[in-house]
Design a protein around this ligand. Structure first.
Ligand SMILES: N[C@@H](CCC(=O)N[C@@H](CS)C(=O)NCC(=O)O)C(=O)O
Length: 212
């Protein structure tokens, strides 16, 4: 036996939607980890030591088996492939590639749609809120959520009949969307999906928390 393998290290504050994905994934897979607060009120993400790990200056960043990795959805893919084959990484090819597809869509469509409403309504003081940006964001998110609603009307989870890595980037956005004080059309498949996710202790522990 060689020296004990260092525990996986995660840098990032727990209130970050992108850090939540990694925390949720680690917890689903039962991978032991250490974590340090970086970003938001904790700062440090523009310090040289952090930029040497992650030149993008954002959270999360992980180090595992000597490899440093950032970009939350890539970290979720890495963890799923390394520790979650047959669990979070679907064995079925269609489910695998549908998971990948919805993960990229979350980064490029859902996240930019939802972020302005969240930032304005949760992170800013009422006097500093841009309500036009909130309304634009609300409408863009309704359009994005309509795509998820259609998908979930014919599939229990985002990539098929089973929970997978594809649900991990989507789940935190669903919680934020349903928790924001904004008008939303009824989306019964999303409501059903949210209740299913909330049955997972890992989702309740890291994701379905009061907005902060
Ligand atoms: N595409 C990146 C985005 C990372 C990102 O924007 N993280 C935010 C938090 S959700 C951040 O670092 N904000 C600056 C901060 O926390 O100080 C990813 O998915 O990891």
């Amino acid at each position: 036996m060689g020296a004990a393998q260092a525990k996986l290290m995660l840098w990032g504050r727990t209130t970050s939607i992108n850090v939540m994905k990694v925390l949720w994934c680690l917890e689903e897979l039962g991978v032991p980890y250490d974590r340090e607060d970086v970003g938001g009120e904790f700062g440090r993400n523009h310090e040289p030591w952090y930029l040497a790990l992650n030149p993008n200056g954002r959270v999360p960043t992980i180090r595992d088996k000597g490899m440093v990795l950032w970009e939350s959805n890539v970290v979720v893919r890495y963890l799923s492939a390394t520790y979650g084959a047959g669990k979070l990484l679907p064995a079925d090819a269609t489910a695998r590639w549908h998971a990948e597809q919805w993960m990229d869509w979350q980064q490029t469509v859902l996240a930019p749609a939802l972020m302005p409403a969240f930032q304005n309504l949760v992170r800013r003081k009422p006097s500093e809120r841009d309500l036009n940006a909130v309304e634009k964001s609300r409408k863009a998110t309704v359009e994005a959520m309509a795509m998820i609603e259609a998908r979930l009307a014919r599939s229990a989870f985002i990539a098929g009949p089973a929970f997978s890595m594809g649900d991990i980037p989507i789940g935190p956005g669903i919680h934020r969307w349903l928790s924001l004080p904004i008008e939303r059309p009824a989306m019964p498949a999303i409501e059903r999906y949210y209740q299913t996710l909330r049955e997972r202790p890992t989702y309740r522990k890291h994701v379905a928390l009061p907005l902060a």
